[in-house]
Design a protein around this ligand. Structure first.
Ligand SMILES: *Cc1c(COP(=O)(O)O)cnc(C)c1O
Length: 375
């Protein structure tokens, strides 16, 4: 039986092994492990990729969100809007600052923040975190219109969406991280751009905000022994920056490969059972960090695929309003019907740039067999 993994980090490494090994070797030879020249070089390259004036490297995607919220002045007593259906890291840094996550239901078609639900709470929040879930952009034109009218800054959680594109109301094409006030990226190894450990970045066009984020990530430093504010230990490691600099060169190609694989899945799976395929169009081009389908028979389909050696996954089975971590907020699940439906029905099929397109057909065949035998 062929085992088909959900993601394959090793395959990505092997494709660029010599260049990555050489980049790591250089850092080790120079022993500039903290704030080495590779960090600033990667920051410039990543800002150019995203189309922002600045990118500030940091220790993880969660740290990126923490820095963005802190630099925007979020603190005790504040509420920050965040979708109920996402990875918990989208919300955790809100609590780190003494503020409270204000969970918002998602759009039932895209799984991203529902603008109508956001409009209902916008008057009570100090910031909005919009998550480009699975690599598909949230409805930023609608979200920005609501937030701008209320004078509330929007943070893009682009941890799954490096290179995803959106069209603005005036017809420009903008990449994830360049639409809102600030963009937050994760370079966790399995992400579309992955380091060899934890790493992240914040993007923005606002120079003053960028300077503040850069200061906060490095102990609030203005010089070696002067600390303007009490900051954080959220620096981007030099070895990670060196690895990321090499991997950034193939990110656009890798995203194209993911999009081709997604199109192949779409063709193979259209009209199969009760499957709902990923949303398309709306001037939004996703980068398929994950290829997520929905079905009422999710758990049975997952078991069927696992039995066939296909490592499908679920992102995410428990929405944030139902997490024990947030029990003290006393939330009513009736307020989050779309997030509950996503958590119950979503299923992630294997996708990564090196996935052999022939294996997409193997996965799709197994999915079709499941629905044929169950009917
Ligand atoms: C991965 C991820 C994060 C956190 O990134 P880390 O680098 O793991 O801290 C935040 N938000 C979303 C949506 C993610 O997928």
């Amino acid at each position: 039986m062929t085992e088909i993994p959900l993601v394959d980090v090793k395959a990505g490494y092997l494709r660029q092994k010599d260049a990555i090994d050489a980049a790591i070797r250089d850092v080790v030879d120079n022993v500039r492990f903290i704030n080495g020249p590779e960090v600033a070089r990667f920051e410039q390259d990543f800002a150019a990729f995203c189309g922002t004036r600045r990118a500030i490297g940091c220790g993880s995607g969660t740290a990126a969100l923490h820095l963005a919220l802190a630099a925007l002045g979020i603190g005790p007593g504040d509420q920050v809007a965040v979708p109920a259906h996402t990875f918990i890291a989208s919300a955790e840094p809100i609590s780190w600052l003494g503020a409270t996550p204000r969970f918002v239901d998602v759009d039932s078609e895209s799984g991203c923040l529902d603008p109508a639900a956001l409009a209902a709470v916008i008057g009570e929040v100090k910031a909005v975190i919009a998550v480009h879930l699975y690599g598909r952009p949230a409805d930023m034109p609608a979200i920005m219109a609501i937030a701008d009218a209320a004078g509330v800054p929007v943070i893009e959680d682009a941890a799954q969406a490096h290179g995803a594109e959106m069209t603005t109301p005036d017809g420009r094409t903008v990449r994830a991280g360049a639409y809102g006030r600030v963009g937050c990226f994760s370079f966790f190894p399995g992400k579309n751009l992955g380091a060899f450990g934890d790493a992240g970045a914040v993007t923005t066009d606002d120079e003053a905000l960028a300077d503040r984020i850069a200061m906060l990530r490095d102990h609030g430093r203005t010089s070696k022994y002067e600390h303007l504010v009490s900051g954080y230990a959220h620096r981007l490691d030099t070895i990670q920056a060196a690895v990321l600099g090499v991997k950034l060169r193939v990110l656009a190609d890798n995203n194209r490969l993911r999009q081709e694989l997604a199109r192949a899945y779409d063709q193979e799976l259209t009209g199969v059972g009760d499957l709902a395929l990923p949303a398309r169009g709306d001037g939004r081009t996703g980068v398929f960090h994950l290829y997520v389908v929905r079905t009422a028979r999710r758990d049975d389909l997952l078991r069927h695929l696992h039995a066939a050696g296909i490592r499908a996954g679920v992102h995410y089975p428990v929405p944030l309003h139902r997490q024990p971590a947030y029990a003290a907020l006393g939330l009513d699940p009736a307020d989050f019907p779309a997030a509950d439906a996503w958590a119950r029905e979503c299923l992630s099929l294997p996708i990564y740039p090196e996935l052999d397109p022939a294996l997409v057909a193997v996965v799709a065949k197994s999915v079709r067999e499941f629905f044929d035998s169950a009917d």
